[in-house]
Design a protein around this ligand. Structure first.
Ligand code: G4P
Length: 537
């Protein structure tokens, strides 16, 4: 594809198409109902004939993202994929985030590719640790958050109490848009704050179809629901009058969150959530490049890679790089430039990945996620662009690891495959790979945020590269970046730590614990090390 062909794209086409996109992720603690909500959203958008076809747990088959055996064995979703569906005139891009906190780095990358997030809470539990961590990432990145309080069909906490928890623990003002009629466990329907009426839900067999709704005005609701309705009215009014009045600007600047109540398993409240995404969630906007200059939506095509995934298709072990389109119209067949290497990249094989099915994708717009097949040359954080001038988006951060292990092939005869596998894992960001002259090139150190990443790495080396390995855990738990290379020997000779070089060239100083670091710093006040802050490394 040539530049002249792309010049034919009317700029307003790109802006219009971008305006139809809503690209978001669901953040939650495991078991809050993320898979169930994903199914329910897709069901409402009529992608699926009945809920249960996307994610599979408890014997249900077919999962968007559980393609590694290990994931299935553990019943968790480690990898990330994107789900696209139409809802009315809107195109919804729902990016999947790994559920386990050991993969928070992966989740962080996914969140770099969304425009908003849905924070899903279990009505009985409220804010849980993983939700808090993910919310922190959203806040750090200024991502607006919609809150969906799930499982209201079961006994749970008090609605006001849950909203108070948001302001008290994370300083996020709750702005109710619906309020449950009937306390948790006796969910009848929801007061719609903006119309003042009630939406009554009706259960369907197994929650497999969209729940029929009846709309009542306030008078009817009061007559038919009595005390439950009055309580909903009083509670929502109390919250609204104490600072919870809906304000789009506070949502956009991520200081307040619209709150909805529902039960994903029964499809209650799911339509309201979709409507809210369409109405309020931010559309794709100009993205800042590495120099801080905005890239206009109607500039020529550009995208950045936020995820590289191998082995999604068992029959051909291939590698897919997922990239979020930031500007322009993408057309399959374009030859784009990889800003990191300056090399051309042909986009002949581009797919949309939905469950276990893939379909060839021909055109994409800002906000969409494209899956570039056999993209062995692409790395997480790479920018792709068409035409001049070049553009480069900020790289994606790596987290401060806190677990370290030396990795060795069991069979020394497979050193070549071992190296290939290790390089592959490093390029995908599955683990960080550190080396030093002292340890030798052949015995790298894996550094991870959560130990389950070790399991994924060793499993993949074994299954994909035919290299069973041994891991020897190192007794380090604290890491700093060495800013003064000349100080390397101070640490190496201290007996309390050592310096290794990461594949991206960063020099990381590892210490057994804070005490060891404190001792070295006191002995050598001149020591040049700095924190690797999660998310800003
Ligand atoms: P996750 O992806 O966030 O880990 O959660 P998932 O959707 O798998 O849901 C976790 C459990 O919570 C599932 O039950 C699911 O059915 C249940 N659940 C989700 N939403 C609701 C809801 O609105 N109300 C109620 N009562 N339950 C809900 P499970 O027993 O672990 O699995 P399953 O056998 O039911 O699939």
């Amino acid at each position: 594809m040539t530049a002249s062909q792309t010049a034919a794209v009317a700029p307003h086409e790109v802006t219009r198409e971008a305006g139809r996109r809503r690209t978001f992720a669901v953040i939650s603690h495991p078991d809050a109902g993320k898979s169930t909500l994903t199914e329910a959203l897709a069901l409402h958008a009529k992608v699926l004939t009945s809920a249960g076809a996307v994610h599979g747990k408890g014997g249900r088959r077919g999962v968007t993202s559980d393609w590694l055996e290990m994931e299935q064995a553990r019943g968790i979703s480690i990898t990330s994929a994107a789900l696209q569906f139409g809802y009315g005139d809107t195109v919804i891009n729902l990016l999947d985030t790994p559920g386990h906190s050991d993969f928070s780095e992966d989740t962080y990358r996914v969140l770099s590719a969304v425009d908003s997030a849905v924070m899903l809470l279990d009505a009985a539990k409220g804010l849980e640790p993983q939700t808090l961590k993910l919310f922190d990432v959203c806040r750090h990145r200024g991502i607006p958050v919609i809150t969906f309080i799930n499982k209201w069909d079961r006994p749970g906490r008090d609605a006001l109490d849950l909203c108070d928890e948001l302001s008290e623990r994370i300083n996020l003002q709750a702005m109710p848009l619906t309020w449950p009629v009937g306390e948790a466990g006796h969910f009848r329907g929801a007061l719609d704050v903006r119309t003042g009426g009630m939406v009554r839900y009706q259960r369907t067999a197994g929650g497999a179809t969209v729940a029929p709704e009846t709309h009542l005005d306030a008078e009817q609701a009061s007559t038919e629901e009595g005390a439950g309705w009055e309580q909903a009215r009083e509670e929502s009014e109390l919250l609204i009058s104490s600072g919870g009045e809906f304000d789009i600007e506070r949502f956009s600047d991520a200081t307040a969150t619209p709150v909805l109540f529902g039960a994903a398993v029964l499809n209650f409240g799911v339509r309201q959530l979709l409507d809210l995404l369409v109405e309020l969630a931010p559309r794709p906007n100009r993205r800042l490049d590495a120099g801080g200059a905005p890239r206009e939506l109607d500039s020529p095509f550009s995208a950045f890679v936020f995820k590289v995934q191998t082995g999604m298709d068992r029959s051909h072990r291939d590698q897919i790089a997922f990239a979020r389109v930031c500007s322009g119209r993408f057309e399959r067949g374009m030859t784009v430039t990889n800003a990191t290497t300056g090399r051309p990249f042909a986009t002949k094989y581009v797919q949309q990945v939905f469950g276990q099915q893939r379909s060839t994708l021909d055109v994409a717009y800002p906000g969409d996620v494209i899956g570039l097949v056999n993209a062995t040359a692409l790395r997480v954080g790479d920018t792709l662009y068409l035409d001049r001038p070049p553009v480069r988006f900020p790289g994606l951060p790596s987290f401060a690891p806190s677990h370290f292990a030396v990795v060795r092939p069991r069979d020394l005869g497979r050193a070549k495959q071992f190296r290939k596998g290790v390089d592959q894992l490093a390029s995908e960001g599955v683990v960080q790979v550190l080396r030093s002259d002292r340890r030798g090139d052949a015995t790298p150190v894996f550094a991870v945020v959560g130990p389950m990443q070790f399991d994924v790495a060793t499993h993949r080396l074994d299954v994909e590269f035919g290299v069973p390995v041994t891991l020897d855990r190192l007794q380090y738990s604290v890491v700093r970046r060495l800013v003064e290379p000349a100080h390397r020997s101070l640490i190496d000779s201290s007996g309390r730590g050592e310096v290794l070089t990461r594949t991206d060239g960063a020099e990381l100083a590892l210490f057994t614990d804070e005490v060891a670091l404190g001792v070295i710093t006191r002995q050598h006040p001149e020591l040049g090390v700095e924190h690797l802050v999660a998310g800003t490394d």
